[in-house]
Design a protein around this ligand. Structure first.
Ligand code: GLC
Length: 544
């Protein structure tokens, strides 16, 4: 498919190359049945909102059969819908309705591990050491004379050892929670299972897959010790990442290191196979990798011509609030994919990290910076990913410890990711703000000061964050998307990121003080602009 596009100048560009995709965290988007947890019919009922917002696609986090220990990232059956979220018929209805509205749908594939309740893992536990059932996972004997030490020193991303011992004395690997046993991707049965899963959802009409932990599937065969030891502390990680990621930095860093469990060369064979499967289907089906790799170059390996379509560009999200850091990410990202037929992606928030207004300092300053960073991102070539609630300016919520349920919190006592997962406020003056029927608080309680942030409260307000996002997405279609792929960085001073893309010039003032505005008609700004460009503000100018 992509080759045809390359060779035929008249062939349409694949839809995903400059799409804006909206991430729906299924538990927290919209609840149709009043159980306090979002679901598929809830999403379907809100699709017109997404169309009106102006996005092209939605990515829905896992809604498959799951005991929910990691809120769906622990899948017990990849080809069915968990009753908590609805049924397969509800998934079909969602797909049909989304397509009617011109929205593409990306589902979340979790190939690194299954749930411990998957039939394969149950069979593995019932079978003997050395059996074919155990060979689908990474079971090993322990170290020490009686095998009571784990096979190596690997730490779980969620904290604590990455190995759990079973009653017959063997250990199994889980890079995440103990209820998420890692599959052995060197076993061909595993690849065959996932080809079937891909086909199951492609046949139902999904437009693409977000691939969870895409850099982790294959482990270095030796399973040698990792270099980072269990006594590492968050303060031992690079300073710029601490600044950027706030509370969840140590978790992010743990799956970003140069270690024997991440980014092994053989992982690319998996994606070459998937590329061929997707190419058999019509309509530019796509994949996007969640790969916390070290550099733009290692990220680019996931999007070579015969592999994945896209990879999340987490360097953008991890960049601290400085013009230099943003410029470096833009330059590095574009340079890394220059020689391959890939398009860049950009993202500022997702369900695993502290929401970006909070990362940028919170309050009025954090929100001004967040609006400015978003407007800058939306001007860049390639595609952008938005996370539900950022269009309402939601901040990270300080969830009371008794309500937290992120497994990383449960395993380590680190604050965890619940604070970016609080259900969306749609309307009304009090929780659940029309998130679902009834008056009860949803699965994570919503703050009592969210009434001014609801969709209904913001929809008609000219200065609201929602109105700004709608305007920015409309401006993107009109001015940025047609402006070509070339980006030229401009030097307008140390605290200013500025670039030209075709006839569009984008200026982001990272300082607190105003700066001079270059000539040009103002197309859109992230905040009030009069004469000069205020601090923490971005603007698009027509300059050509
Ligand atoms: C990815 C997901 C995260 C999940 C983890 C384990 O990083 O984004 O939410 O906990 O994988 O599946």
């Amino acid at each position: 498919m992509e080759d045809m596009t390359l060779n035929d100048p008249n062939a349409a560009r694949e839809w995903w190359r400059d799409a804006v995709t909206y991430q729906v965290y299924v538990r927290s988007f919209a609840d149709s049945d009043g159980d306090g947890v979002g679901d598929l019919p809830g999403i379907t009922s809100r699709l017109p909102y997404l169309r009106d917002l102006g996005v092209d696609a939605l990515w829905i986090t896992p809604f498959f059969t799951s005991p929910q220990h990691d809120h769906g990232y622990d899948v017990a059956d990849y080809c069915d819908v968990d009753p908590l979220f609805g049924s397969l018929a509800d998934a079909d209805t969602l797909l049909v309705r989304a397509h009617e509205l011109g929205l593409r749908v990306i589902v979340d594939l979790v190939p690194n591990h299954t749930s411990s309740e998957h039939e394969w893992f149950r069979a593995a536990l019932d079978a003997a050491p050395g059996s074919p059932e155990r060979a689908r996972y990474l079971f090993r004997d322990g170290r020490g004379t009686d095998g009571s030490e784990p096979p190596n020193n690997w730490q779980s991303v969620f904290g604590g050892p990455a190995w759990t011992r079973v009653p017959d004395g063997q250990w199994y690997l889980h890079l995440f929670d103990a209820t998420q046993p890692d599959l052995d991707w060197r076993n061909t049965e595993v690849g065959d299972l996932f080809e079937d899963v891909l086909r199951f959802w492609l046949d139902r009409g999904v437009d693409g897959f977000r691939v969870d932990v895409a850099h982790g599937l294959v482990k270095e065969e030796s399973l040698r010790d990792q270099v980072v030891t269990s006594d590492e502390t968050p303060s031992s990680v690079p300073e710029e990442s601490v600044a950027a990621d706030g509370g969840s930095v140590s978790m992010v860093e743990r799956h970003r290191r140069d270690e024997p469990m991440w980014d092994q060369p053989e992982v690319h064979d998996v994606y070459r196979r998937w590329h061929k499967v997707l190419a058999e289907y019509d309509g530019d089906r796509m994949t996007v990798a969640e790969a916390w790799t070290q550099t733009p170059e290692s990220m680019a390996r996931f999007v070579r011509d015969d592999e994945m379509s896209q990879a999340f560009n987490f360097s953008w999200l991890l960049a601290p609030w400085t013009a230099d850091a943003f410029a470096e990410v833009i330059t590095g990202t574009l340079a890394a994919i220059e020689d391959i037929d890939a398009s860049p992606t950009w993202v500022l928030s997702n369900h695993d990290v502290v929401r970006h207004p909070t990362r940028y300092g919170g309050g009025a300053t954090g929100l001004a910076r967040a609006r400015a960073a978003t407007l800058t991102m939306l001007a860049l070539p390639g595609s952008s990913y938005l996370y539900q609630g950022e269009e309402l300016g939601l901040e990270q919520v300080d969830v009371a410890p008794q309500h937290r349920s992120d497994p990383s919190w449960l395993r380590t006592g680190e604050e965890g990711r619940d604070g970016c997962r609080v259900p969306i406020p749609w309307a009304g003056d009090a929780a659940p703000y029309d998130f679902g029927p009834g008056a009860a608080q949803p699965w994570l309680p919503q703050p009592d000061d969210w009434a001014p942030l609801t969709v209904a409260a913001q929809a008609e307000h000219p200065d609201s964050v929602l109105t700004f996002y709608r305007a920015a997405l409309a401006a993107r279609r009109k001015f940025a998307t047609p402006a070509g792929d070339d980006v030229e960085l401009l030097d307008l001073g140390a605290d200013v990121l500025a670039f030209r893309r075709g006839g569009l010039t984008v200026v982001l003032n990272c300082a607190a003080a105003p700066t001079a505005l270059p000539d040009g008609e103002i197309l859109i700004a992230s905040g009030p602009v009069a004469g000069e460009l205020p601090g923490n503000t971005a603007v698009w100018l027509r300059t050509g």
